[in-house]
Design a protein around this ligand. Structure first.
Ligand SMILES: Nc1ncnc2c1ncn2[C@@H]1O[C@H](COP(=O)(O)OP(=O)(O)OP(=O)(O)O)[C@@H](O)[C@H]1O
Length: 247
């Protein structure tokens, strides 16, 4: 288990809860977070990242509690967050942006700079180290976002729709990268893409209207599809069965 969510409620407006009394143990390994538009996936990731605080309930990692100001720095050092949009920092080159992210997480300038080269190499951007971050493509920017979480050796990396808008080749590049990085951290990845679920993810969390509809091993999730459904469509069918969508 990595992050523990205990009886969390959250609303952007009072009396309009997006997440209600949510309890969740995020398992180790690679977790995919599924759910229809507006289900609350980004909101949950923002709570896990401690970018937002729950109205009630607790988000903890070991004995670090995001409600306690004194714990936040250490919590954030251990949890990396790749939001939907990775923004190039004006004037910074690729390696500098990765180093800057490490420094913001509390590394010394030296450690951040030293760690940045290894991090960008790991995501396949080593040859672009000196390029302006503003010149990266969408897929390359996402990879830089991942590198930013590797610089400070996050234990848990949260990714909000990292493959949205990427072409099939870039999606494959992302999946291969995730495979390569699996030993370095635990990952929680929100996505609408159910292709290759069995290969890429150990467990599935399915949210709908702020409630958990499924939480368990990927194999158990795929087993929810009717027996006659072909392997490549099982994730889609299991999902549709749970959120009662028309296929
Ligand atoms: N900043 C905000 N202010 C007010 N309401 C918000 C805000 N962000 C999200 N919401 C609302 O919270 C609910 C959950 O949104 P959220 O973005 O967490 O869902 P999601 O599952 O990530 O959706 P998607 O798959 O479309 O990205 C939605 O009803 C959304 O309109």
């Amino acid at each position: 288990m990595t992050i523990h969510v205990s009886r969390c409620s959250f609303g952007y407006r009072r009396r309009d809860l997006v997440l209600e009394d949510l309890t969740l143990d995020l398992p180790s390994g690679c977790v995919v977070l599924l759910g229809p538009n507006g289900a609350g996936k980004s909101t949950l990731l923002a709570l896990l990242a401690s970018a937002r605080r729950p109205g009630s309930g607790r988000v903890t990692l070991d004995d670090l509690d995001t409600r306690r100001r004194g714990h936040l720095k250490q919590y954030r050092r251990q949890v990396g967050w790749l939001p939907q949009q990775v923004t190039p920092v004006p004037g910074l080159r690729v390696r500098e942006q990765a180093a800057y992210a490490g420094w913001l997480k509390g590394l010394s300038r030296r450690d951040a700079w030293d760690g940045s080269l290894e991090a960008i190499k790991q995501v396949g951007l080593g040859e672009l180290a000196e390029r302006s971050a503003a010149q990266l493509s969408g897929g390359q920017l996402r990879r830089l976002g991942i590198a930013q979480t590797l610089v400070h050796s996050a234990r848990v990396v949260l990714m909000d729709e990292p493959t949205a808008g990427l072409d099939p080749t870039q999606r494959r590049v992302f999946r291969a990268l995730l495979d390569d990085l699996k030993d370095r951290a635990d990952f929680v990845v929100s996505t609408h893409q159910t292709e290759d679920l069995a290969h890429s993810y150990d467990s599935v969390i399915l949210l709908d209207q702020g409630r958990v509809l499924f939480e368990g091993a990927t194999a158990s999730f795929l087993d929810l599809a009717p027996g006659q459904v072909a392997q490549e469509h099982r994730a889609e069918a299991a999902y549709a069965g749970l959120v009662k969508e028309e296929m």
